[in-house]
Write a protein that binds this ligand. Structure first.
Ligand SMILES: NC(=O)CC(=O)C(=O)O
Length: 365
């Protein structure tokens, strides 16, 4: 099937046949490099250092950085704007769906009134996060209107306020299937994209947390990247953030920003939540924004909170604690090129040793 997602990092078959794929590199290195330290190369140019430079550059081209992404990575597109504010609405969620919808609406309005051009909501913001609740709160997003009051609200608000909304996620019903789905609305109120959580949250940490989303939910089948008024955005939902290949695919498709609505928990949250966000941002040299529900007292599932914006150098630009909050923070896309120039990872990958295959893009060629 064309849209199957099984992107993988694998060793190039050519190199698998070679028991020591580094051998050529090592022999060049041992012939020439030990005589000069890297410091002497930059500080005192000489004929031997120029020779070394030309050897290094021919070695560099044999590294085939452009082949480390299959198909080749797309250049970073010029974003429609350089600077704007993002609003992260860390919402309290109750068992009252009507209240959750009107509460989210007020939070979006507040974020927009404080200057947000892009608003991100949490994972499962219209329903308690539980397998018992998903079927009860699920909506038929494609039918819209009364069949999907949550997304009808998002469409109305995005159009009225002329903002882009990454609508967290809600349980979606499609026939007899349920998905954990994020809807992206453009500033014209149109549904621009729908991401169904690709990696279901099935974990069992004895004595701590057991959760099996697959008891009720079906996994999504496609990565989702969307061009908006505020840049090219790759979407993942919560557990999706653990799979670096997805983020790498988005980066290779020219994403400026990755948005992950998420509801990490009290066991994994303290250790992994910020670490994963910073890793995705640092490795891919782009912005990462996350949004969690607030920590609800007495709720069956306790969310870790800590919605955050991370910059392309892995720096936490804005974050919050676990209570309800709205964060407004600036995104400046000019920083992307700066970071990528000073730390040119895209030019330094070893396509001769490893490759990331974007199966969907490859099959659509
Ligand atoms: N809730 C999730 O999908 C993910 C999570 O809590 C974790 O990965 O840990």
């Amino acid at each position: 099937m064309k849209s199957a997602i099984s992107s993988s990092l694998f060793f190039n078959s050519k190199n698998l046949l070679n028991p020591n794929p580094l051998s050529r590199f090592i022999s060049l290195k041992s012939n020439f490099l030990p005589k000069l330290s890297p410091r002497s190369i930059t500080k005192s140019p000489s004929s031997s250092t120029s020779a070394l430079r030309s050897i290094s550059s021919s070695m560099a081209s044999s590294f085939k950085p452009e082949q480390a992404r299959v198909p080749s990575a797309l250049p970073l597109p010029a974003p429609p704007l350089t600077k704007f504010n993002i609003g992260l609405c860390q919402l309290s969620v109750t068992s009252d769906k009507k209240r959750n919808i009107s509460h989210a609406k007020k939070a979006i309005e507040e974020a927009a009134s404080k200057g947000a051009k892009l608003v991100l909501l949490p994972e499962i913001w219209n329903s308690p996060y539980s397998n018992d609740s998903f079927p009860v709160y699920a909506e038929d997003i494609d039918a819209g209107g009364d069949a999907s009051p949550s997304t009808a609200m998002l469409s109305e608000v995005s159009k009225r306020l002329r903002i882009t909304i990454i609508g967290g996620s809600i349980p979606e019903r499609v026939g007899d299937r349920l998905y954990n789905t994020c809807c992206v609305f453009g500033s014209d109120g149109e549904l621009k994209a729908k991401h169904r959580k690709i990696h279901l949250f099935d974990i069992d940490i004895p004595g701590k947390i057991t959760f099996m989303e697959s008891k009720t939910l079906t996994a999504g089948e496609t990565p989702t990247i969307v061009d908006t008024d505020v840049g090219r955005i790759g979407i993942g939902i919560c557990y999706d953030i653990r799979f670096q290949e997805l983020a790498m695919i988005y980066a290779a498709r020219g994403a400026h920003l990755l948005c992950y609505p998420g509801a990490f928990n009290m066991t994994t949250g303290p250790l992994h939540w910020e670490l994963l966000q910073r890793a995705r941002a640092t490795d891919n040299q782009l912005y990462v924004a996350t949004c969690s529900p607030a920590r609800g007292s007495g709720a069956g599932y306790t969310a870790w909170g800590h919605s955050t914006l991370v910059g392309p150098f892995g720096e936490v630009l804005a974050t919050t604690e676990h209570e309800e909050d709205i964060i407004i923070a600036e995104i400046d896309y000019s920083v992307l090129e700066q970071r990528r120039t000073s730390l040119p990872l895209n030019k330094q990958r070893r396509g001769d040793l490893y490759q990331l295959v974007d199966v969907q893009r490859l099959n659509s060629k």
